[in-house]
Design a protein around this ligand. Structure first.
Ligand code: T3D
Length: 263
């Protein structure tokens, strides 16, 4: 499929989806949303892909919603700021958060507004040293959306989350790493190569186990310990009965690298 607002490239078990409107700092439009949905469908359908990297073209990851795009109108014919969220952002964030394959947000530059929260919905955030993240909403008299009010406090705690949202400060990559929002920071010059190498480690990994690990991690947000322990036992039963688990143990005994099939 040919895209106009993103690029999607699959290599060695990793799909890299690049938000690609560099002259608008990769700001999101309805077209970008539709293309991203199609690209995620393709990733989900491709058994050979175990990891998806979301990044931006040029100097930004993404500047959030395109503020020049025509407003979505409500039933009364007036601009309805909630309608775009319900139609495009909310399903996207829920989908990324529960995606059955590993998701990496590679923050190559400014990561602002709704795009910051889309990135936070990914499993692992990597950042170039010059990147920053900004919950910019209050600067334009809006409320954080795309899951920001839910995701941030779970990662950095209530007070920091509130400060990030109220100040709308630009937080540099090194500080993002200290706060736990970003897992690793790489130098700008080597960023793309580092991200590619990082993602490749998952490409040949145990896809089923990854999916079950994510399922357990997500479920822990609503479970008490007893429920979670029961879930772990069930998921371990599934993982332990998999071809990959047999291969993992065999490879260990034979002192060789495992060859996982994702089942
Ligand atoms: O609208 C709704 O439906 C509500 C939904 C809201 C969800 C949200 O995401 S709210 C947050 C929206 N985003 C922003 O408020 C960020 C706006 N952009 C900026 O504040 C700055 O551009 C940055 C801090 C991100 C970067 O600044 P800088 O100085 O590095 O770049 P720049 O010169 O401002 O931007 C470069 C170009 O990109 C520029 O165009 P030009 O002057 O060269 O023709 C700028 O207008 C354009 N651009 C940047 N962000 C957006 C954008 N165009 C459209 N929408 C943007 N979000």
């Amino acid at each position: 499929m040919s895209y106009t607002a993103i690029r999607s490239e699959t290599r060695e078990g990793v799909t890299t989806i690049t938000l690609s409107r560099p002259d608008r700092l990769n700001a999101f439009t309805s077209v970008m949303h539709a293309e991203l949905r199609a690209a995620l469908d393709a990733v989900e359908a491709d058994e050979a892909v175990r990891c998806v990297v979301l990044t931006g073209e040029g100097r930004a990851f993404s500047a959030g919603q395109d503020l020049t795009e025509e407003r979505v109108l409500g039933a009364d014919g007036q601009p309805d700021f909630g309608a775009r969220l319900e139609r495009d952002y909310n399903p996207l964030v829920e989908r990324i958060y529960a995606f059955p394959k590993i998701t990496i947000a590679a923050l190559n530059g400014p990561t602002v507004g709704a795009s910051a929260n889309i990135a936070l919905a990914c499993d692992i955030l990597l950042a170039a040293r010059s990147a920053y993240l900004q919950e910019a909403f209050a600067r334009i008299a809006l409320v954080p959306d795309a899951g920001g009010t839910w995701l941030l406090r779970r990662i950095v705690g209530d007070k920091r989350a509130l400060a990030l949202m109220l100040t709308a400060d630009q937080i540099p990559a090194d500080e993002l790493e200290r706060m736990g929002l970003v897992y690793k920071v790489f130098d700008d010059a080597t960023f793309r190569d580092e991200v590619a190498a990082y993602a490749r480690r998952f490409a040949s990994g145990p896809g089923l186990a990854y999916r079950l690990i994510k399922e357990a991690a997500r479920a822990s947000e609503r479970n008490d310990l007893t429920t979670q322990l029961a879930l772990e036992a069930n998921l371990q039963r599934k993982a332990g009965a998999s071809e990959d688990a047999r291969e993992g143990v065999m490879a260990f005994r034979e002192k060789r690298s495992p060859r996982y099939k994702g089942r």
